[in-house]
Design a protein around this ligand. Sequence first.
Ligand code: LMR
Length: 332
Amino acid sequence: MRHLIAALGLALVAVAAGAAEPIILKFSHVVAIGTPKGKAAQRFKELAEKYTGGAIRVEVYPDSSLYKDKEEFEALQLGAVQMIAPSLAKFSPLGIRSFEVFDLPFLFDNEAELHRVTNGPVGEALLESLESRGIKGLAFWDNGFKSFSANRPIRRPGDLKGLRMRIQSSQTLYEQMRVLGAQPEVMGFSEVYQALKAGVVDGTENPHSNLFTQHMDEVQSHVTVSRHGYLGYAVLTNLRFWESLPGDLRDGLERAMVDATRYANSIAAEENERAIERVRAAGNAEVYELTAEEREAFRQALLPVHRAMAGRIGRSLVEAVYEATGFDPDGN
Ligand code: LMR
């Protein structure tokens, strides 16, 4: 009884002080909680609530539980959610092709090269370009380098010939699979496991954290560690929502995003390493790592994708990225 009276007292004090209801920030994403993006979203929630003194409450909806790939951008633009973190390969349905630069195969050798782009003027300009769509780009979050998976060994570029390969909604990834003689199939992330299981598609590509947490290794006989391309994210908010926030709350969210970004980018490589170890230990799919020569054969086979897609992505942007990374499009 004493507790009840105390609680009632507190409630009355809050009402008397005019304590406002917290602002709800819904953050929707499509991957599992135990992935780099899933963990970073959770970290952002904790920090954002702390730094705004509880004035903002962040509700994270993982695993496509609120919106799937196709719906996420629209939900953000309509204000049905306030934050999403789509893969950089999913921006063309928004009418923005430039983010496909990240899909160019073998563009980045390592995270340091990637960060020269995402943390430099190119990354800043890319995020700014979203404002014309009513979207504020807040940060880039890492995932990692992709591996191929299928129901046959993939060791040479020709091994993908005739396979129906699931891809994200990127014309550059479409071209990548086409050049390898595969049949690309655009499909939402939430459908991939079932599609692989039912044989609707034969294979796919993803960083290991996604492969493992979606149980793709249980429905694929072979995984090839190829590091042939990169998959990462941009964290986005609705521009109108962002601008409507009082300055101190926006500062709190900005600080939370800086810290969550540092966290995301510090765990991603390790999480992917751990995920492939778990795939190996589970023993469902055979894991093969390409030798340096085999990887070079893929690189040479996929270089034409750069030439074919530069016009679509924007030549000056592609060249600025080459400049930042030291990538040689002639393959030397
Ligand atoms: C995919 O669709 O394969 C990825 O974009 C999922 C994700 O968000 O990591």
